[in-house]
Design a protein. Structure first.
Length: 199
């Protein structure tokens, strides 16, 4: 039976589950549900084939998720690319560990930051659908006001929506800030292919 949420067919865990073999990966299967402790966010440092940061906001019973290649920046002048990915279950808020080789997203996952997420929009799901999210974060590394803005006509062959993650210029802003690493990961770098010499 297909699981649906009250939010409609653009929110759900079908794509998340379809991409994973839960007999191999320690990731949670999860379910669509509401949090009792207020909306939360998490940023996970993901040492997959390419290092990136997974940015997740609790909206409509799931974690709306984006892959941020360079990680969040507290510098208001910096606009970070954020690639929209599939919804994740709320149980992913506390996930950390190693996703085994051969699995979707294989590599070490560290919890980079976590805290409360306060939407500034009356209806954050509708704001997500419209492509402009305004919110406040209350974490150890990230705080203050933020924006997520979807770029028009930028999906490329992957068909994944491209967004920009932008820090508002407030008391939490830090010019020149770069996301620091929380861990070293355990994936070996790919070996360069040697070119055969021509005689």
């Amino acid at each position: 039976m297909k699981e649906r949420s009250d939010a409609g067919n653009d929110t759900g865990l079908e794509a998340y589950r379809k991409a994973r073999d839960f007999r191999r990966t320690p990731e949670p299967t999860g379910e669509i549900r509401s949090s009792r402790d207020g909306a939360r966010f998490v940023v996970q440092e993901h040492h997959a084939s390419v290092l990136h940061y997974d940015f997740r906001l609790e909206i409509a019973g799931v974690l709306k998720s984006w892959s941020v290649p360079k990680g969040p920046s507290l510098d208001p002048s910096v606009k970070r690319l954020a690639v929209q990915v599939e919804d994740h279950p709320l149980d992913y808020l506390t996930f950390a560990g190693r996703i085994p080789e051969g699995s979707y997203g294989a590599g070490r996952v560290y919890r980079w930051d976590m805290g409360l997420f306060e939407p500034m929009d009356e209806d954050p799901l509708d704001a997500w659908r419209q492509g402009t999210l305004k919110f406040r974060l209350f974490g150890k590394r990230l705080s203050g006001e933020w924006r997520l803005v979807r770029m028009r006509g930028r999906g490329g062959r992957s068909k994944k929506a491209m967004w920009l993650l932008i820090k508002a210029d407030d008391e939490a802003a830090r010019p020149g800030h770069q996301a620091e690493r929380a861990g070293k990961g355990d994936r070996k770098p790919a070996k360069a292919k040697s070119k055969a010499r021509r005689s």
